[in-house]
Ligand binder design. Structure first.
Ligand SMILES: CC(C)(COP(=O)(O)OP(=O)(O)OC[C@H]1O[C@@H](n2cnc3c(N)ncnc32)[C@H](O)[C@@H]1OP(=O)(O)O)[C@@H](O)C(=O)NCCC(=O)NCCS
Length: 151
């Protein structure tokens, strides 16, 4: 596939129903569709974001209110870019967009995530640091805890 024109992508807040198929394809392959719905998806504070190409989400992420070290924080969940769009800056762009939206709401909340070991490099490239040893999440494989430090 030729490089995509990032300016043609629309970034915005979406409903969880819009992104469940992409989550399922990229994060819960070979599991029931319902496995791509997470506890907290429908909580009032939860924010779902997508980068869409012609109305179809090609990258998604979710921010949930979840404590970090005893204080209010955002947990990043369900970060995924459609395979044919990998490595073209879509994930970086959507994360930057979501981060600025999160800051507008709660300026001082830290941000953390459970990152797949295979995605650590991505998070590091966009400003995150590893803060734990490796641990296993059932059905999702080896992970580490990471926190956003800023680019
Ligand atoms: C991880 C993922 C979301 C990255 O999305 P993406 O749109 O391909 O990322 P970008 O193109 O914006 O990459 C930003 C930078 O990270 C690098 N990068 C992307 N994925 C990487 C990876 N898995 N390992 C190391 N570096 C990676 C890119 O090369 C780019 O580097 P640059 O700063 O030199 O330009 C995507 O690969 C994906 O969906 N993977 C499968 C699902 C998954 O594992 N999600 C994470 C769950 S915790």
């Amino acid at each position: 596939m030729p490089p995509i024109d990032l300016s043609q992508l629309h970034l915005g807040q979406v409903s969880v129903d819009m992104i469940v198929p992409l989550r399922h394809r990229m994060l819960r392959q070979n599991l029931p569709l319902e496995s791509a719905r997470f506890p907290g998806d429908d909580a009032a504070a939860t924010l779902h974001f997508a980068a869409s190409d012609c109305g179809i989400p090609v990258c998604c992420l979710t921010l949930m209110a979840a404590e970090w070290e005893g204080r209010d924080a955002w947990q990043l969940r369900g970060m995924a870019t459609a395979a044919e769009y990998h490595g073209q800056g879509v994930g970086r762009r959507l994360f930057a967009y979501a981060f600025s939206e999160a800051r507008r709401r709660n300026v001082d909340w830290p941000m953390w995530c459970n990152a797949r070991v295979s995605a650590i490099g991505f998070y590091q490239r966009v400003g995150w640091g590893v803060v734990s040893d490796e641990f296993e999440i059932p059905l999702a494989g080896p992970h580490v805890k990471m926190v956003y430090r800023g680019e």
